[in-house]
Design a protein around this ligand. Structure first.
Ligand SMILES: Nc1ncnc2c1ncn2[C@@H]1O[C@H](COP(=O)(O)OP(=O)(O)O)[C@@H](O)[C@H]1O
Ligand SMILES: [Mg+2]
Length: 303
């Protein structure tokens, strides 16, 4: 793994601090980290937009705006609409030149936090049509589509303190579009052997995007997720530290059952209360939020 020095944080063309949560491996905690970092920033009074770029739509579902839960009538998701199946314009229409909807702007599909009690930040939901993205986004311009969409969002008067993008578990055109638009990555990995190769491949991908697009991509941090206090976790914590600690902070998040429960109930970890104490995970995401504030020089908003 290369240890070339990298930018700490890069301001993208919109001037809005923007971070893509990536790793082509599935199940590493990208979606968990996107939702809860967005919520942590929001609890610090920042205006935040989260974008669900994954056709699997776990972020949208994890905020309760996907299908309900027919196994549990008391699940609060059942009271919320399923935004993944609407006939209205959706994220795919924004990213591709769709003759059906012509020029759909991101501003038309943003769900505002004040539309729902449980939402702490604005959301661009995924959609079932996003499964077609990889087939339709087949030219060089497609890689720039999210960057252009975010620039248009700012032109439309939307002014966020932070924008967070949840990437799909692959190195597809969608992930490239996220890194090009954000110019900053937060990498989520589990402290286990297979993470090392995955991070090497991801690193190569980031460098190739930097070369092709002539941009810099900052590494805001590495989330060492599902950390267990055992030999395997400690070994890969050392590997991560040797490779990353000189360029970006490493955040350790242990296995916490409340994280899964919160997602199942369509709530972020700051909204969700259950019998377990949620302080450990709230503190980790609070640290990530504070690091982003420092990296981008955005002080917490005074209450
Ligand atoms: N620290 C953790 N403790 C317990 N469960 C976790 C933790 N991080 C993630 N999970 C759970 O693991 C699964 C995969 O996480 P997710 O964030 O969806 O990964 P990705 O987006 O990288 O595929 C989800 O069910 C999530 O709730
Ligand atoms: Mg995910």
């Amino acid at each position: 793994m290369t240890d070339a020095p990298r930018g700490w944080a890069v301001t993208p063309s919109t001037e809005i601090p923007t971070v893509a949560f990536g790793n082509q491996k599935g199940g590493t905690g990208k979606t968990t980290a996107t939702i809860n970092s967005a919520a942590a920033l929001a609890t610090r009074d920042h205006e935040v937009l989260a974008i669900d770029l994954d056709p699997q739509a776990d972020l949208t579902k994890g905020l309760g705006l996907g299908p309900g839960d027919d196994t549990d009538p008391s699940n609060p998701k059942n009271a919320l609409p399923n935004t993944l199946v609407t006939d209205d314009a959706n994220l795919l229409d924004v990213l591709v030149d769709n003759p059906r909807t012509h020029d759909t702007n991101l501003s038309e599909i943003v769900i505002r936090a004040d539309e729902y009690d449980h939402l702490n930040f604005d959301l661009v939901p995924s959609h079932k049509d996003m499964g077609l993205a990889r087939d339709w986004m087949d030219d060089a311009n497609a890689r720039l589509s999210l960057k252009v969409a975010l620039e248009e969002l700012v032109e439309d008067g939307y002014d966020y303190d932070f924008i967070l993008i949840d990437c799909p578990p692959d190195l597809s055109v969608l992930t490239d579009a996220a890194f090009i638009a954000s110019q900053n990555a937060l990498l989520a990995a589990q402290t286990q052997a297979t993470s090392r190769d995955a991070l090497d491949d991801l690193w190569d991908q980031l460098e190739s995007i930097e070369d092709n697009q002539q941009i810099e991509i900052g590494i805001v941090g590495l989330l060492a997720n599902m950390y267990r206090d055992d030999g395997q976790s400690r070994k890969f914590e050392t590997v991560f530290t040797e490779s990353f600690a000189s360029m970006a902070p490493i955040f350790k998040l242990p296995m916490r059952v409340a994280i899964q429960r919160a997602w199942d109930n369509g709530r972020d970890i700051f909204e969700w209360e259950d019998a377990n104490d949620q302080q450990v995970e709230r503190d980790v995401f609070g640290d990530i939020a504070e690091t982003m504030e420092r990296a981008f020089d955005r002080a917490p908003v005074e209450a």
